[in-house]
Design a protein around this ligand. Structure first.
Ligand SMILES: Nc1ncnc2c1ncn2[C@@H]1O[C@H](COP(=O)(O)OP(=O)(O)OP(=O)(O)O)[C@@H](O)[C@H]1O
Ligand SMILES: [Mg+2]
Length: 258
């Protein structure tokens, strides 16, 4: 994928076997990430956000609906979009550096250049000096940062990030927001970011989608027309507070409907 793609999700349905029979997890989910956009998605726990990212990444087939990349239905997209899963999927038998480098360049054959990109990505998430550590010797937040570095350095121009900053303290999280934005600018990628943190959504996204309780579908879309870069300090600005109140209002009405 040479350019940041337009990602379009059209009327997606996903079912699962629930305790009392089949359930719909996604029911008519439709959304768009324009080329080079950062789009956030918020919604109640269990509404199908991770399921959506799994379908987008090509890990799971929907029961109905279509995912288009640049207008083309691409059932063969597995590997083309870089997914950072909610639970880090690091390979326990590989060092931090090897975990990052194995995604660089789409290939297991690695050049010195790939390795320096991986080193650079680790440094950018604050992990220089930890290249040779194995995942078991890293904290949850450090593992999360290795997984983020792997995504940013993957070479893919579409990133699917599932609560990538959940395990981090406030300062590290703010630093990584800046790094994500920097990497996004320099690579030029289309990003779908799932988060529970409304401040994070407003700091990072061009638009925010709100999903309903399960079965998930989009119930609101809020544009974030604030200049970049936006710092954590911006959260007290009146425009920021107004956007947050709007999102909170939609989320509250979503829960009330259930
Ligand atoms: N492997 C599975 N088998 C059966 N049901 C599942 C499976 N994985 C998820 N589910 C169900 O699908 C629904 C959506 O799960 P999903 O993980 O996509 O939600 P989510 O929006 O990402 O939640 P959270 O915000 O807590 O991460 C949930 O009701 C969950 O119980
Ligand atoms: Mg999830």
């Amino acid at each position: 994928m040479s350019e940041a793609p337009r990602i379009a999700v059209d009327d997606l349905w996903v079912g699962r076997d629930g305790r009392d029979g089949p359930i719909d997890v996604l029911a008519g989910m439709s959304l768009v990430v324009e080329p080079g956009e950062i789009v956030a998605m918020v919604g109640p726990s269990g509404c199908g956000k991770s399921t959506l990212l799994g379908v987008l990444a090509g890990l799971e087939a929907p029961s109905a609906g279509v995912v288009r990349l640049d207008g083309v239905d691409r059932p063969d997209r597995l590997g083309g979009l870089a997914l950072m899963p909610q639970r880090d999927a690091l390979l326990p038998w590989r060092t931090a550096l090897d975990n990052v480098a194995c995604s660089v360049g789409w290939s297991s054959a690695r050049s010195g250049d790939d390795e320096s990109r991986a080193m650079d990505a680790l440094a950018r998430v604050g992990l220089d000096g930890f290249e040779d550590h194995y995942p078991h010797a890293l904290s949850g937040g450090m593992r999360q940062r290795v997984a983020l570095a792997r995504t940013l350095a993957s070479g893919a121009r579409a990133w699917l990030l599932d609560e990538p900053f959940g395990a981090l303290d406030a300062l590290t999280r703010a630093a990584l927001h800046r790094e994500l934005e920097r990497a996004w600018r320099s690579v030029g990628s289309s990003v779908l970011l799932v988060t529970h943190d409304l401040d994070e959504a407003i700091v990072l996204a061009d638009r925010v989608y709100v999903s309903s309780l399960r079965p998930g579908r989009i119930v609101a879309e809020v544009a974030v027309a604030l200049g970049r870069p936006r710092a954590a300090a911006d959260t007290t600005r009146p425009e920021f507070v107004r956007l947050k109140e709007e999102l909170l209002g939609v989320l509250a009405s979503t829960e009330a409907v259930a």
